[in-house]
Design a protein around this ligand. Structure first.
Ligand code: GLC
Length: 426
């Protein structure tokens, strides 16, 4: 078993391996471009040994922000045949091609964390001041484009936006997305990773149907929300947005931007209040809402637990800690992305059961803020056991701890550095 310093060293090597100079790829082969929330979370790892490089990662992401405020989920910096769907499918008409949907807005959180810890305060002040209005514009875009009824919570319009691509949460709503009429295509992901660990072909057809639909509307975000047959309110996604708004508010106060601070705090407060509509007593956690039907989705996934990343009420955080304790009884490694006792659980298939270090990190961070320290220690020590057993995998089987998906994964390595450096139990 490698020592902690050896593990941290290896993690740094993974980051360097996937570093393309001004951005990192999640892993070579399977994901050869820049992904949105991967970059934000990976920057937290870089910041431990190269602060300038951490800021550059986020600057590069925001250099490709759309005029309406959206930050795309993929930036296709270089052509690469190894990935589908590439720029020729998205056709978003950008000089440097990008996808046309977004991903969990964790950058506000990441920037504040990197700023707070920065050794080079001059550099941090410069970079954070420049990023502040851009991140704020993205947050405002969310509430404008993805919450047109002003409920306080935003919807995702494509499963890929959630970051939890094939979660059980989407299954029912996804059935409304047709599979007929999609242009023929060849998947590339299954040649890089075990097909049993990946989404199914039917799911892929629906992913592409939505892309073609949005493309036919010219990627006009004033139309996409209402035009999408898939509109789901994910508590985890909203918690990330709310947390980033709160963190941006604090940063804005310190950087002399009171207007951004006030507006960000207002968005966060409204979101926290609205989150209550997603609570399920029966499951003891939050659930997703199918916005088209106006009903909660009966699916006990990690999305409802990740809600703790935002400052939810103390009794809710306590209940979620108890919920994680219950999950621990049916798996060996926290936190499974789906309840192992639920019928659709699949411990190998991506977001339908496996544990992911980035989500563990965010849940633990939220639990720490809520004072639920026992569960924080349990999650963190499970993270370390996973790394020791299975290295820097994309994700892990929560029953056996076996590595799944891609290898030498950037954000996993970044989390290893972060966890080993900052958590006493590690
Ligand atoms: C998959 C994941 C997504 C991630 C991307 C790159 O699509 O579901 O969350 O951003 O891979 O790692």
């Amino acid at each position: 078993m490698a020592s902690k310093s050896e593990m941290a060293h290896q993690a740094k090597e993974v980051l360097r391996l996937n570093d393309r100079g001004t951005y990192t790829v999640p892993t070579h082969g399977l994901y050869p471009f820049q992904w949105n929330w991967d970059s934000a979370l990976s920057a937290i790892g870089f910041a431990h040994f190269d602060e300038a490089r951490a800021w550059t990662e986020i600057d590069t992401l925001f250099a490709h922000q759309w005029e309406d405020g959206m930050v795309p989920h993929i930036i296709f910096h270089q052509p690469d045949e190894g990935y589908f769907p590439g720029p020729e499918v998205w056709q978003t008409g950008r000089d440097v091609p990008t996808s046309g949907i977004t991903q969990p807005p964790v950058t506000g959180f990441a920037v504040r964390r990197i700023f707070d810890r920065a050794q080079d305060k001059t550099l941090a002040t410069l970079r954070a001041t420049a990023l502040l209005p851009k991140i704020h514009a993205w947050h405002q875009w969310f509430f404008r484009a993805r919450d047109p009824q002003e409920t306080g919570l935003v919807a995702i319009i494509h499963p890929w936006e959630s970051g939890r691509d094939n979660s059980v949460d989407w299954d029912r709503a996804f059935e409304r997305v047709p599979i007929e009429g999609v242009a023929p295509f060849t998947r590339r992901d299954t040649s890089h990773a075990n097909p049993a660990h990946r989404p199914t072909d039917a799911q892929y057809k629906r992913y592409i149907w939505l892309v073609e639909k949005f493309r036919s509307l010219g990627w006009d975000n004033t139309q996409l929300h209402d035009a999408s047959p898939f509109r789901v309110v994910d508590p985890g996604f909203n918690a990330i947005l709310i947390r980033s708004c709160s963190d941006l508010a604090d940063l804005a106060d310190r950087l002399g931007e009171p207007e951004i601070a006030d507006q960000s705090r207002a968005m966060a407060a409204k979101g926290i209040a609205a989150m209550e509509t997603l609570w399920s007593d029966a499951h003891g956690q939050y659930l997703c809402e199918d916005r088209t039907l106006g009903t909660l989705i009966d699916s006990p996934s990690i999305g409802g637990i990740l809600a703790t990343f935002a400052a939810i009420p103390a009794d809710r955080a306590k209940a979620l800690a108890q919920r994680i304790d219950i999950l621990a009884k049916s798996c060996d490694f926290l936190v499974p992305s789906h309840d192992p006792t639920a019928p659709d659980f699949d411990g190998l298939r991506y977001w339908r059961g496996p544990a992911w270090l980035i989500v563990n990190y965010m849940i633990a961070d939220g639990m720490k803020q809520a004072g639920q320290t026992a569960i924080v220690d349990k999650i963190m020590s499970d993270c370390v056991r996973l790394i020791e057993k299975s290295g820097f995998a994309e994700y892990y089987d929560p029953t056996t701890g076996a590595p799944c998906g891609g290898t030498q994964f950037t954000w996993t390595a970044a989390m290893v550095i972060e966890i080993l450096q900052t958590h006493e139990a590690a």
